[in-house]
Design a protein around this ligand. Sequence first.
Ligand code: PLP
Length: 375
Amino acid sequence: MNPLDVYFQYPITLIKGKNNILYDNENNKYIDFYGGHGVISIGHSHDKFTKAISEQLNELTFYSNAFKNDLQYKLADLLGELSGYSNHDLFLSNSGAEANENAIKVASFVTKRDKILALKKAFHGRSAGAVAITDNKNIQPPFGNNIKVDFIDINDVQALKKHLQTKEYAAIFIEGIQGVSGIWEANTEFWQTARELCTQTNTILVADEVQSGYGRSGKFFAHQYHNITADIVTTGKGMGNGFPVAGTIIDKKIKLEKGMLGTTFGGGHLACAAAISVLEVIKDEKLIENTKEIGNYIINKLENLDKINNIRGRGLMIGIEFNSISGKEVRQTLINKYGIITGFSGPETLRLLPPLNITQNDAGIFIDALTTILK
Ligand code: PLP
């Protein structure tokens, strides 16, 4: 048996990581500007993170949600404090797709509606519901053909009104910043109109912050740049710094009955210990402030470089589009010649999602390499 061959993979085997440095099995060193799809928030093998998990391993690794788990209360409390979402409650699961799947269920249960409104270029995950509200035919199996979902253009306020006023939709899903399709962000007018219309029409506003959340944008959640509160926020990726943990953060005014949501693994003791330590490090080391500062530094420096068409994003979620050189070629050269790992999104956008504790010196190494490549 082999691992199923469904990924486009680099022929590099990573075996060790510390902070933002990775090593392969031939002891080559890489600088991580991608965090394994934006998962590594506080750096690889952060001392406090490994300590918290190791200590929890010796206490209790897991027990099911049939029993109370104090660590879930501690995690929810801290998440409420840091995110400003203390009027919401937390349902824990294991992946971003699951967090969104649960948001779909909640919205549909409480509104008793069966349609979702989503945005073009959206990505919400790969489970049945999440992939159906994702705007990519190539990853949607026929199984989802009858799921009722409509897609509108980002920032098309007229389309937003036209659809939501029908009162047919259980929810609208909007990514804090669209990551997979190329770092696109809904503007303040769109977010605020969505908020107003959702309130008027009893539609649930879901902010998918799986990629853009947990400080990555320079605020705890990217939609908080637009002064709105979502009914449901979904999180994953950076929440566990590599330990699989995700959350569906649900307004307390949404009343659910017991049994409507459930999971075996979600919210287990080890996952909670990992997620608590991530939040403690984000708070103690002021990583959101660092993200904003280093993100602005990178974006300002990039603005002076030739052959760059467009720079998008906030904080340490940055998309770069080039002219006269392909994004794929830049990415290859960065890794092969400079040992710098980046990602891409959309057809041609270089995507940066480094750990939130990178320094100005790390940023400088990336800028210098890119400057040389673009000369
Ligand atoms: N939502 C967004 C915005 C994402 O970027 C992703 C993953 O890239 C997901 C949901 C799905 O998360 P997961 O792969 O953990 O299921």
